[in-house]
Write a protein that binds this ligand. Sequence first.
Ligand code: THU
Length: 135
Amino acid sequence: MDHDADELIRRARASLGHAYAPYSRFPVAAAVCDEQGRVFTGVNVENVSYGLSMCAERVAIFAAIAAGARRVTAIAVTSGVAEVLSPCGACRQVIAEFAAGDTPVYCVAAAGERHRWTVSALLPSGFTASQLRSR
Ligand code: THU
């Protein structure tokens, strides 16, 4: 399904105010497009027991899956800081579960500077279902 990068980025940025990040004070928001062209957003949701916190990318992907999506065709991530953010390792593995290697991941800084990654550039040589089946 085709996607509009600018619209996806706009949706992520519009969600940033919903981030719950009282401990890190590092709000993050993500928007994902599914195979039907639907857009789902997510924000980081922290917890006083720090390890229970969840990243924005996974919240957005899990919302999409819970609504029936099975594939992610584009992702946008933004934070409130000047630097372009780069998704954490755990999120890269979860993104790779639902997105093809050439899926774009747009990372956007607060002022609008953006970097376009692909899923395979973010997670080269990742663990895949085919390896699991070859046991
Ligand atoms: N965080 C995300 O939501 N996504 C990322 O890709 C990197 C980090 C969140 C987790 C935590 O709530 C805060 O940013 C600081 O690590």
